[in-house]
Design a protein around this ligand. Sequence first.
Ligand SMILES: Nc1ncnc2c1ncn2[C@@H]1O[C@H](COP(=O)(O)OP(=O)(O)OP(=O)(O)O)[C@@H](O)[C@H]1O
Length: 603
Amino acid sequence: MTDLNPATERQLLPVATARESWAWLGRAVRTRSAVAAAGVVTAALGAAATVLPVYMFGVLIDRVRESAPISALGGIVVIIAVSAIAAGVFTGLAGYFVAVLGSTVLARLREAAVVRTLRLPMRTVEQAGKGDVLARVGDDVAVIDKAVSEAVPPVISALFLVAVSLTTMVGIDWRLGLAGAIAVPMYTLALRWYLPRSAPRYAAQRVAMGARSQALISSIQGQRTVRAYGTEAVHRGLVDQASDRARLLGIDVFGIFARFASRGNRAEYVSLACILAAGFVLVDNGSVSVGQVTAAALLFHQLFNPIAAILFTFDEVQSAGASLARLVGVVSIRDAPPPAEVRTPTAAGLRMNGIRHGYDGHEVLHGIDLTIAPGERIALVGPTGSGKSTLASIAAGSITPDSGEVLLGGVPLAELAGTIRDHLVIVTQEVHTFAGTLRDDLRLAAPHADDRAVELALASVGATGWVRALPAGVDTVVGEGGHRLTAAQAQQLALARVLLVDPAVVVLDEATAEAGSAGARDLESAAAAAVAARTSLVVAHRLTQAATADRIVVLEHGLVCESGTHEELVAAGGRYARLWATWSGDSAVGDSIREGEGENGAE
Ligand SMILES: Nc1ncnc2c1ncn2[C@@H]1O[C@H](COP(=O)(O)OP(=O)(O)OP(=O)(O)O)[C@@H](O)[C@H]1O
């Protein structure tokens, strides 16, 4: 279904607080404590080696002013040269260690976010929208990655340099240090002005970017529906609206940053003026030498670039912080509490008790009770929108119902936890072919299946012929960027996967709906192979498929209205009989009961 609501109104995934993000970061850094320690030590040595030449330059000035012999200057020049080289080496190493640490931590965060996202309940993903989920594992990771490789290493080196430079200035004369330190409250005030204004703007910008992705994805995915209903203008409007919001927030963020930068410049010029003024007085009264004042002024001046690096990348680092909070938000979503014990079903019967479920406050299933005996093959039929797919997803544990429960062999699905797919597999119409060889695609759910098992499964679903005809047979690369399979072929593979997993229960939702009539027969026999000797629930769009089931359950307006064998239901002359009459064109059942025409069950 195409989403016509603005993506901004969606219930996006949670965002971590600053405290939670720092706590997560602290834990992650501790796992690589050796690299972190190497980063700190090399950054400190780099800062010290950067400050030393400037200090020695002041000493050089004093020696020249004292008319010291050239030989006395040589040692100073050597110290300046060696420490300049050391500064380069240590600062480079610090950048390397910080980048290694950052990339490792980010890789773990990304993996954790992807794993967590894949485990999220369908409902949460649907409420948040795929755009939000993709923006987090895509855009947010890219923002942090850029910050970690480009912004964070120089910022950390700069912070060390600021600390060591100010300490050295205080060492020369505390009043020079004090004059330089005037910049600190000014920067602090600038930051205090900036942070509360920029943080919510960055966060809003990230949300707006997620909403923009969602609006785009929603329109592109629903392209056919958009065209069918001629709602291009509505969707263009939604995308424009989302883009405008992201653009305006971008301009706003930049305006705030420009004002912050001018406050930073003011702090630098005021402090440097104070250092020079204090220097004149202190030299005048003989407290310090000209060389020492020169060194202090140069040390402070040398901080302009690192401070600018901190300030100008602060927005990048802060933006990375907002992205980090969004990723940590996903990673920190708590799983439903694990069952006290993971139970194993003793039989293959499936029971649904009092199932009620709705979307956006609109109930579509109104209390379904359905028992499927072990080995029984049930066909679920009914008009479009009657709730068949929803019930199938609930039966398979893909959706947790609003109320009621599903039991497999007497065990509630929740208590099967991670083992559920060993016992119960669902094949939906939306079959995805993963990029990789066809063999790997088949073994996704059953990694231990050997070549013989793969061949047998392909033969059972009638796919051997076309698979052999592929350029490299089962080793042909399929999916994104590889050989394109037809929808029917992809469905055959999905059914072959069922055979490889060999579950006791299988749910097929419209697995045969997309094929043309000749292909439909192939898929029907493939589906028959997949459900053979298993308990099964098949959403049957083709009533010929329903007719061969052990029992047919007819769903209408979210309620079971009929249940029985094909013969019983046709004889009863009710809803199913009308659908069957329309489907088979069986006028004997009654020309007057054409109302099912055009409905889903009669396609
Ligand atoms: N993810 C969803 N979000 C909101 N509404 C949904 C969602 N999925 C289904 N619905 C709505 O719930 C109702 C039942 O849908 P469902 O797909 O279960 O019916 P169905 O009988 O399988 O229909 P069809 O034969 O067309 O697939 C429909 O009105 C549908 O629009």
